[in-house]
Design a protein around this ligand. Structure first.
Ligand code: MG
Length: 227
C-alpha cells in the first residue's frame, strides 16, 4: 500500500532540473555563454563582404572604423540573452542622431539603438535603448560620454507560419546600466529608417550585427546565451 503524499507535494514539479551554471560575477560571462568578443580578435565577425572586419582593436576594445561598414557574427542566433558593453566618444561631436550613433541589431534587422543620449535631445523613439522607431525606453539611463555602458538584452525571435506570415512577433527586454528600459515589448517588424516597420520572413538563426554609423563608438565584453 502506497503512503499518501502530503497535499502540498502534489504540486511539486521535479523535472526538468535546470542545469547549473556559474553566474555572472561583475561583467564576466557566465560559464555557458558564447563569447563573441573577448578583446583580442574579430574572428567571430565578418564585414558586409564576408571578409575580416577592419574595425580597430586596441587595449581589449573594438571601435567602429567609419566607412568600413557594419559587422556581423559568423554564427546565427534566434532566442538569446545578450550582454554587450559600449562607449561613445568622450569628445562630443555632433548632436541628436549624429552623436555617438551605432546600434545592436538582433537577427541582423531589429535594432536596439546605441547613441550618446546624455543631455542630447533627439526623437525619443530614436534615443539610446530605444527599439529604433518603435519603442521609447522607459527611462533614460545613459552615462556621460566616454563612460562604459551595458546592455543586457533578452530577445525572443519572431515565428512565422508556412505562408511566411508572422504568428508570434519578436519580443525584447532591455536592461541599460542595470535599469529596466524595455519590458518585454512586442516588435512591430524590422527596423526601418523610413516608413513603418513590418515583418519579412527570415530564418530562425540570423547574425548579430553592430552598426557603423560613422561615429567612433567602442564595444567590449560581448557574450550571448542561446535560449
Ligand atoms: Mg543606430
Amino acid at each position: 500500500m502506497q503512503a499518501q503524499r502530503p497535499e502540498h507535494e502534489v504540486t511539486d514539479v521535479w523535472e526538468p532540473v535546470p542545469p547549473v551554471v556559474t553566474p555572472v560575477v561583475g561583467t564576466a560571462p557566465p560559464s555557458d555563454a558564447i563569447i563573441l568578443f573577448d578583446g583580442n580578435s574579430l574572428n567571430n565577425w565578418t564585414d558586409s563582404n564576408g571578409n575580416s572586419p577592419q574595425w580597430e582593436i586596441k587595449d581589449g576594445v573594438m571601435t567602429v572604423k567609419p566607412g568600413t561598414g557594419d559587422i556581423r557574427t559568423k554564427q546565427g542566433f534566434g532566442d538569446v540573452q545578450l550582454h554587450i558593453e559600449w562607449r561613445t566618444p568622450d569628445v562630443i561631436k555632433g548632436e541628436g542622431q549624429g552623436r555617438g550613433n551605432s546600434g545592436v541589431f538582433l537577427m541582423d534587422r531589429y535594432e536596439v539603438q546605441v547613441l550618446d543620449s546624455y543631455e542630447n535631445p533627439t526623437y525619443p523613439n530614436g534615443q539610446a535603448a530605444s527599439i529604433y522607431k518603435q519603442h521609447i525606453p522607459l527611462v533614460n539611463a545613459c552615462r556621460p560620454p566616454g563612460e562604459w555602458q551595458t546592455y543586457d538584452i533578452i530577445f525572443m525571435a519572431p515565428r512565422f507560419n508556412a505562408e511566411g506570415r508572422v504568428t508570434h512577433p519578436a519580443r525584447i527586454t532591455v536592461i541599460h546600466n542595470g535599469v529596466l528600459v524595455q519590458n518585454n515589448v512586442e516588435l512591430w517588424g524590422d527596423t526601418r529608417f523610413i516608413g513603418l516597420p513590418r515583418y519579412i520572413e527570415h530564418s530562425m538563426n540570423e547574425p548579430l550585427r553592430l552598426q557603423d554609423h560613422g561615429d567612433l563608438v567602442s564595444f567590449r565584453n560581448i557574450w550571448i546565451r542561446e535560449l
